[in-house]
Structures are given as structure tokens and as C-alpha cells.
Design a protein around this ligand. Structure first.
Ligand SMILES: [Mn+2]
Length: 281
């Protein structure tokens, strides 16, 4: 329902208003989880999610081959395994590396062995670095999709105790909410943009709406207090646009059932617009 909420909030018209030619590729077909058994409780719906991620990866690769800029709408964050695999593969075939900027209240760095919930949407970042079940790490080939030196996590404020160990061991760059409080979003983004694009074709942006403070974005599955303000998030997107190095953008975890008057999707449309060139002046 997240993509529908973003469409209803006027995403297409907003991007056309910025001068972009927009083609809506429609939804990727997904089975209703209510009609499936979750399977292994350490990684619920793993085989269904892996199948969807494979479809997403192929769709993304085709989008890039057709010379479009992919904007992917979620849906839960497990889809990032597909989007990032697709973009990484496309550039790898051209001898290029890509970076990753992951903006999220959580690290999404669990594996079935460490996850307290068994939710696969808490595992995609780990899978992209090569940790976790082969069903996820092996999409479009077995190699890690992203090098930890070019992977940046921004806005994190809630990690499981065993997950913290994986984050530290992974070697990714982390800017927690405390770093944003102390250094300011501008400094955090300057460092992040430089780390993610160093020696690479550019970087992927994966924006989980739960990075926002729940006052701004109530319609997310796992809200955590103390998140980004409206302007901090827009500044991050504006600096991403100014860098000219973004290769793809995804926005995930909007759940209109628990939202208030589509507020979270309306904010999402604004953030995508800023990332794709909307300026105040
Ligand atoms: Mn996430």
C-alpha cells in the first residue's frame, strides 16, 4: 500500500513539475502474507521475499539499461536487497563500483541467527554486505553487492544487542542520531557523500521513512523517537541532489493504515522531490 499512498500524494505530478519525464512501471506482484505460512520463524517469508527481490533486481537492471533513473517505492525494506543488487550488477558489468547511503532509524543488519523477531526487513543491509541466508546474498550472483568502505548508515538510533556487533564487524561508516546532533546534518552529509562516492560511479540512496521523527512520519511500521526533523531530512536530500552522484533512490516502509491523513506519504513526495532537484529558490 505504500506505493499507492505515494501515488495518491501526487508523486508523478511533483516530478513532472520539476521537468522530469516520468514513467510509472506499476507494482511488482506480491502474494498476500496473510495467505502464506511464514516458514522459518528465524526468517519469516524468506522464500517469498527472495523471489520478489529477484524480480525487483531484474526490473531495476532493465530500467537502467533503458537509461531511466530508478525511483523505487516500498513496501518494506527487504526490497533493498533487490534494488541494490540490480544497480550493483549493472555497474559491475561496466567495471564500476557503487556506494550506498542507507538512511534509517535501524541498522537492518540482523541475520536469522541474531534477529529477535525473524523479520527479513531487519536484514537487508547485512545481506548486501554478504552476511545472511544465501537466498538473499545470492541474488544476481554471490558476491557482496556493496563494499563496506563505500557503505554509510545515517540516522540510526535503535539496534539489537547482537546486531551492534555485526555493524561494528562490518566496517561500514555510521553516523548515529548523536553524530547528527553534535556535528549537524550538513557535516554528516558532506562526509557521507564523499565516503559513498569515493572511487565509484556514484551511490544508491535507500531512505527508510522511519528515520524521521514520528511526529513528522507517523505512518511507519517501527517508529522510534528522536528522529530527523523535517528540515534535516530535506537538507540531506538537497545535498544529495547537489552532488549529482545519485544512481538510484528508494523510499520504503510507508504504511498508510497507521498513517494520519497520508502525512507520511506527502512528506515522502517532498523528500523525493528535493532529492531530484527541487530547490527553495
Ligand atoms: Mn530499514
Amino acid at each position: 500500500m505504500g506505493p499507492s499512498a505515494l501515488r495518491a500524494a501526487g508523486l508523478g505530478a511533483a516530478l513532472q513539475g520539476l521537468g522530469h519525464a516520468v514513467e510509472d512501471g506499476g507494482n511488482i506482484s506480491v502474494k498476500n502474507p496473510e495467505e502464506q505460512h511464514f516458514g522459518d520463524k528465524r526468517a519469516k517469508y524468506l522464500s517469498e521475499i527472495a523471489g520478489i527481490c529477484h524480480d525487483v533486481a531484474e526490473r531495476i537492471t532493465r530500467t537502467l539499461e533503458e537509461d531511466f533513473f530508478p525511483v523505487s517505492l516500498g513496501g518494506d525494506h527487504s526490497m533493498a536487497v533487490g534494488t541494490v543488487a540490480g544497480i550493483s550488477k549493472f555497474h559491475q558489468q561496466r567495471g564500476q563500483s557503487v556506494g550506498l547511503i542507507w538512511i534509517d532509524a535501524h541498522a537492518d543488519m540482523n541475520t536469522p541467527e541474531t534477529s529477535p523477531s525473524g523479520n527479513v526487513h531487519g536484514m537487508p543491509f547485512a545481506a548486501l554486505l554478504g552476511f545472511g541466508p544465501q537466498a538473499l546474498t545470492g541474488i544476481l550472483g554471490d558476491a557482496a553487492k556493496i563494499s563496506s568502505q563505500r557503505a554509510v548508515l545515517i540516522g540510526v538510533r535503535d539496534m539489537d544487542s547482537r546486531e551492534k556487533k555485526t555493524v561494528k564487524r562490518s566496517g561500514i561508516h555510521v553516523f548515529t542520531m548523536r553524530d547528527i546532533d553534535e556535528q549537524g546534518m550538513r557535516a554528516v552529509m558532506e562526509k557521507s557523500l564523499s565516503l559513498a562516492s569515493d572511487g565509484a560511479a556514484g551511490f544508491i540512496v535507500s531512505l527508510d521513512m522511519d528515520v524521521m521523527d514520528p511526529i513528522e512520519a507517523p505512518g511507519v511500521g517501527t517508529p522510534v523517537q528522536g528522529g530527523l526533523t523535517f528540515r534535516e531530512a530535506h537538507l540531506a536530500m538537497e545535498m544529495i541532489a547537489d552532488s549529482g552522484r545519485m544512481l538510484s533512490l528508494e523510499l520504503v516502509e510507508i504504511n498508510p493504515i497507521i498513517d494520519i491523513m497520508n502525512k507520511t506519504a506527502i512528506l515522502g513526495v517532498g523528500l523525493i522531490s528535493s532529492a531530484l532537484g527541487k530547490k527553495i529558490l
